[in-house]
Write a protein that binds this ligand. Structure first.
Ligand SMILES: Cc1ncc(COP(=O)(O)O)c(C=O)c1O
Length: 494
């Protein structure tokens, strides 16, 4: 080997990305922390949402920086042009999609996570590995899921569904699907069953794992938006007759539109009879298990073969954090395990950690997101979370009663848990006109920064949809929403 030029070996010339002045960073950090504490403390005083002003848009069209800028200046840009324009899910009147609120305690976790910059491998014998395993064990306990189940933290419900449905495929295929790929020319097509209210991530997952959406048999729902069990029986029988292989039932524990919960125990019993896998998409509904009044709604979750849920929704954990649990640990591992020499585990040293998380999912490097939930649970205690969830359920019931008492408003679906669907109605308006009217009401609610519900369509009717995973909402916020919808509705009529 030729010797390196002397200037490349000159230690004086070597640099890192650490600050030259640590004290300056410390002072800026204190200021930034004060700013975000104030920001969260005063969130109620600001609009739920506001559009980006031109100054922010200008910043986002600046070209790639080639030269350094002072750290303080960059932070000021963030404070002035980014921080004021959040999605709004930290606000007490945010109820769009299934947005979670997060908690201030987890700011501390984010600081520590970022400082440690852990790779989340699991086979590294470090504190972050043990925090994550402990959190997974706590989650199993909270949900009554078997203690020997395997589990993995992932980005969210979509990824958790992908992992669970991939395990179902490997487990149910009567051939080595990892080796040959999905092979419908030589083997029967695996069929997955899900109600028409199932989240789009399930279809995406089924397409991604190579089954194709032709393998997703959509089953109609009943009036309450839960899966029609008779239709499911017929679907399974007709697929068998057609030579397909019924493989998996997807149970919804909280549908995204209305929060409807499929009869999970009935689905598990049917799956046992028919020899099918049951995967539950319990993205938010899983944590109804912690509520005093509604835990029984999700009875049976503890029996499913794989369970997907989000911590960033109804466990108030900062984005992003989802989880998948799998009853048959071996099937889970059989689906994802690939261990090359460079990822080998040892008896001693750094790589002697207890688990290789990459054997249970798609990712290798992962953030230490477990710390947020871990700190949240240790700080608040699980009972407090249960009370918050119960509070959201009661708020949904309260909003439902407000809607029912208002002649100008119409409830569009039964309120099963924490999601309320309603619309403004007007004499002589047909559904199409009401759809337009309610879409405009929603736009004005959001644009005026009053409240941020989202929308959906239920049996052809545009619905103002309020999903409550928000520990900051108060009873008066729902009164304000109802009043604003009525006022804007009347304003549009006149
Ligand atoms: C029922 C259901 N499943 C899956 C998802 C997808 O979850 P994520 O956005 O965390 O990927 C959602 C999101 O709202 C959902 O409500």
């Amino acid at each position: 080997m030729s010797a390196k030029p002397a200037d490349q070996l000159d230690e004086q010339a070597e640099k890192s990305l650490d600050p030259d002045d640590w004290e300056e960073l410390r002072a800026l950090g204190h200021r930034a922390f004060d700013d975000v504490i104030e920001y969260l403390k005063t969130v109620r005083e600001r609009p739920v949402w506001q559009p980006l002003p031109q100054a922010a848009r200008d910043l986002f069209s600046e070209p790639l920086p080639l030269e350094p800028s002072p750290r303080e200046q960059v932070y000021d840009e963030v404070r002035d042009h980014i921080l004021p324009y959040p999605t709004g899910n930290i606000h007490p009147r945010f109820w769009s999609w299934v947005g979670g609120t997060g908690t201030p305690t987890q700011l501390l976790a984010d600081l520590v996570m970022s400082a440690m910059n852990a790779a989340g491998l699991g086979f590294d014998e470090v504190a972050s590995t043990h925090v994550e395993i402990q959190l997974l064990n706590w989650l199993k306990t909270m949900l009554g899921y078997p203690a020997d189940a395997s589990g993995l933290l992932v980005s969210g419900g979509s990824m958790a569904n992908l992992v669970g449905l991939a395990v179902a495929r490997t487990h149910m295929a009567p051939y080595d699907v990892r080796d040959s790929g999905v092979n419908v020319s030589e083997h029967p097509r695996l069929i997955y069953y899900a109600s028409s209210e199932t989240h789009s991530s399930v279809r995406k997952a089924i397409e991604l794992i190579g089954l194709g959406s032709a393998s997703l048999h959509i089953v109609p729902v009943r009036d309450d938006y839960t899966i029609d069990i008779d239709e499911l029986h017929h679907a399974i029988a007709s697929d068998r007759t057609a030579g397909h292989l019924p493989a998996c039932i997807i149970a919804n524990a909280g549908t995204v539109n209305t929060g409807a919960v499929d009869p999970i125990n009935v689905l598990v019993d049917l799956a046992l009879q028919e020899n099918l896998w049951v995967h539950a998409d319990a993205a938010f509904g899983a944590f109804a298990k912690l509520s005093a009044s509604s835990a029984s709604l999700v009875d049976g979750l503890e029996r499913v073969d794989s369970l997907a849920f989000d911590l960033h929704k109804w466990l108030y954990v900062q984005y992003d954090c989802g989880c998948v649990l799998v009853r048959a640990q071996e099937s889970h591992k059989d689906t994802f395990s690939v261990i090359p020499a460079y990822l080998r585990n040892f008896d001693r040293g750094l790589a002697s950690g207890p688990i290789n998380f990459s054997e249970y999912g798609v990712q290798l490097s992962r953030s230490f997101k477990a710390l947020r939930a871990w700190m949240g649970l240790r700080t608040e205690g699980v009972e407090r979370y249960g009370q918050q969830i119960e509070q959201n359920i009661r708020q949904a019931r309260y909003l439902t009663s407000l809607v029912e008492d208002e002649p100008d408003l119409e409830l569009l679906a039964p309120t099963a848990m924490n999601i309320v669907n309603f619309r403004f109605i007007a004499n002589g308006f047909d559904d199409e006109q009401l759809n337009g009217l309610n879409a405009e009401i929603l736009m004005r609610l959001q644009e005026r920064g009053i409240a941020a519900p989202s929308s959906t369509e239920l049996r052809g009717r545009f619905s103002i949809r309020v999903a409550i995973c928000n520990h900051r909402s108060r009873r008066s916020d729902f009164e304000a929403l109802v009043n604003a919808v009525k006022e804007i509705g009347q304003e549009l009529l006149s």
